[in-house]
Design a binder for this molecule. Structure first.
Ligand SMILES: O=C(O)c1ccc(O)c(O)c1
Ligand SMILES: [Mg+2]
Length: 616
């Protein structure tokens, strides 16, 4: 189907919005009246600009407070409408949106509304224009789609139809099934928006919190299914009023927007992009650092061993069990400081995963590799993290590990597989620090890309998104949402601060390492010279009140700074290292059933990290 986006959904001046929509790949736009009024371009110039960009103008909007008013008022409204129809002629737009009246002058009189809308349609017809009547969820007398349709049906004019807007329909809790009773050709337009489920005034909800389909809590795809079965053939158009998108850069927002429509079309069976290839594990996490010393000290204390070095790049492989870290001291490190720059995702079909990503507009990264290196498919996540689709040591596919040469240096890790010509990647259980794999990665997103990040990881990678949780930080609020595969072997916690933050804490990333015995692992780390984040005594007094932990257990947690959480299915114990650049490590002991990340301990951890942070 054709795709379209309302200019109100994007930031910037009208020309910037148009450029962003076209670059992302939209077919058309809805021109929001205020964007035109504020533009120095004449309607003819806007028309020409759209034509140059290959965009159709699918809708001009909105016209307000037209119908069901006393006749003198309606005469004034018709005069106003005629002005707008002339403007639309200059723009080359042939459909206008009329939203249901919120005027105190409007009467609760469907017959009058139908009569006046018919008059409006007669006028519009003379200009070759169609009128699409939309129920605003807070309309004075007309606030539901079926009510708007009854009025359109009664008016019975070929130039009058209805505009359906998923937000108004779903926010009112209307049953969208009734849409199938509307003849498809009378649905003149379809506007799509999702929103997080919130208990609040519907106008505020609509004007500030709409988001792209798949980013909120509504079943937008289900609604689109009904609209398709009704026989609708017009564009799928996004109309998203959102405080964050208004401030974010238009280009990336437009790509995020189009991705949401691609996923939506797939989910209702309109298109068939390459199927998602769900990752089956984390092959590696790659850190870049300008100064390898402090990082090496922490990794050694954690029990990691430097097992191999990249043949052509300044990249070392550090390993413990199935936990693999790449430490990159190349040029990016000098530019960006210590941070988590890339994630290797173990993929059953790396090429297929890349095809899926590309079809969903993920930027495919150029292969930066020497001729003899394994070809690795990689895309950039919205936060810039490079995601590599890997096949680790599978004979049928090239393995990234082949690009590494085992280091001569003797390591504390038992490498039975480390013989000549074999992969340097150990598969044996470690004897080092008791760490066996990466439990999860926590990636802080730029403040304006949180919704985009969740949709990206869900749709591009095929991961499932958990509920988002809010966490109190001493200086703000953090939101966090985890995306995981079914067996929990890939867990990525996406986080964001509530406000733009230049502070390192607001950009922190961490790597959580799984251990079967956190007390032993934490003790080993400390005795090897590692420093654990100290946790206040008050926390342990509270823990003693909440849970019946054995005395020895509680004392050990208190001594080591181990946090504890429990849900119906199991317990979670975790502690933290100090932060280097943007990165810190977490040791995690997770019972098999526990699905969370210790969110209720996060405020204590964040406060403790603020205490440790050097004052600037
Ligand atoms: O918030 C509004 O006023 C408004 C205007 C036009 C629309 O299509 C809409 O859904 C809402
Ligand atoms: Mg609308």
């Amino acid at each position: 189907m054709r795709t379209s986006i309302a200019t109100v959904s994007l930031s910037g001046a009208l020309t910037e919005k148009l450029t962003a929509a076209a670059r992302a790949g939209f077919d058309g736009v809805e021109i929001f009246e205020n964007d035109l009024l504020a533009s120095p371009l004449t309607p003819e110039e806007v028309r020409a600009r759209c034509a140059d960009l290959g965009l159709s103008i699918d809708l001009y909007q909105p016209m307000r407070d037209i119908e069901a008013v006393p006749s003198e008022e309606f005469a004034r409204n018709l005069r106003r409408a005629e002005h707008k129809f002339r403007l639309m002629e200059r723009l080359g737009a042939d459909t206008v949106l009329v939203c249901s009246s919120v005027s105190p002058l409007a009467e609760d009189d469907d017959a009058l509304a139908a009569f006046q809308l018919r008059r409006l349609a007669e006028l519009a017809e003379g200009f070759g224009i169609r009128v699409a009547y939309e129920a605003l969820a807070w309309g004075r007398h007309v606030s539901t789609y079926d009510h708007a349709w009854r009025i359109v049906e009664a008016a019975d004019h070929p130039a009058l139809g209805t505009c359906l807007d998923s937000f108004h329909i779903l926010a009112r809790g209307s049953d969208p099934k009734g849409i199938e009773d509307i003849p498809g050709e009378k649905i003149f337009f379809l506007q799509l928006a999702d929103a997080p489920l919130m208990a609040m005034d519907v106008l505020q909800w609509s004007r500030h919190y709409r988001c792209f389909p798949g980013q909120g809590g509504f079943d937008v795809a289900g609604l689109v299914g009904h609209v398709m079965r009704a026989g609708y053939e017009g564009p799928l158009s996004l109309e998203v009023f959102n405080d964050v998108f208004r401030q974010a850069e238009a280009g990336p927002t437009a790509v995020d927007a189009l991705r949401s429509l691609l996923v939506l079309q797939e989910s209702v069976g309109l298109t068939e992009p390459p199927a998602p290839v769900v990752p089956t594990g984390i092959a590696f996490a790659e850190l870049v650092t300008p100064d390898v010393e402090p990082l090496s000290e922490i990794l050694e204390a954690l029990g990691f061993a430097r097992t191999a070095r990249h043949r052509s790049k300044p990249v070392d492989l550090w390993q413990q069990g199935e936990a693999r870290l790449l430490i990159n001291t190349g040029p990016a490190a000098r530019r960006d400081g210590t941070q988590l720059a890339a994630v290797g995702l173990e993929s059953p079909d790396p090429a297929g995963a890349a095809r899926r990503a590309e079809a969903l507009l993920a930027p495919v990264l150029p292969r930066r590799r020497a001729p003899e290196d394994a070809p690795l498919d990689a895309v950039a996540a919205p936060d810039g993290t490079e995601l590599f689709f890997c096949a680790t040591d599978r004979p049928e596919l090239p393995s990234w590990t082949g690009d590494f040469e085992p280091t001569a240096h003797k390591s504390p890790v038992v490498h039975t597989s480390l013989v000549a010509h074999e992969s340097p990647v150990a598969h044996e259980s470690p004897v080092g620090g008791g760490i066996h794999r990466i439990d999860h990665l926590a990636l802080t997103q730029p403040w304006h890309q949180f919704d985009e990040a969740a949709l990206f990881h869900r749709s591009v990678l095929g991961l499932g998104a958990q509920e988002s949780v809010d966490v109190a930080d001493p200086y703000g609020l953090l939101r966090s949402r985890a995306v995981t595969n079914a067996d929990g072997s890939v867990r990525i916690a996406l986080g964001v601060g509530a406000a733009p933050s230049a502070d390192e804490g607001g950009r922190a990333q961490h790597i959580a390492l799984a251990t079967g015995d956190i007390v032993t692992a934490a003790r080993r780390f400390r005795s090897a010279g590692g420093r654990l984040l100290p946790i206040p005594a008050n926390y342990y007094d509270d823990l003693a009140a909440k849970y019946e932990l054995g005395d020895g257990e509680l004392a050990a947690y208190r001594e080591l700074g181990i946090l504890y959480d429990r849900d119906a299915d199991g317990a979670f114990r975790h502690c933290y290292t100090e932060t280097i650049g943007r990165v810190f490590f977490e040791l995690v002991q997770r019972d098999a059933g526990y699905r969370g990340y210790g969110a209720q301990n996060a405020p204590v951890r964040l406060a403790a990290q603020h205490v440790r942070r050097p004052v600037r």
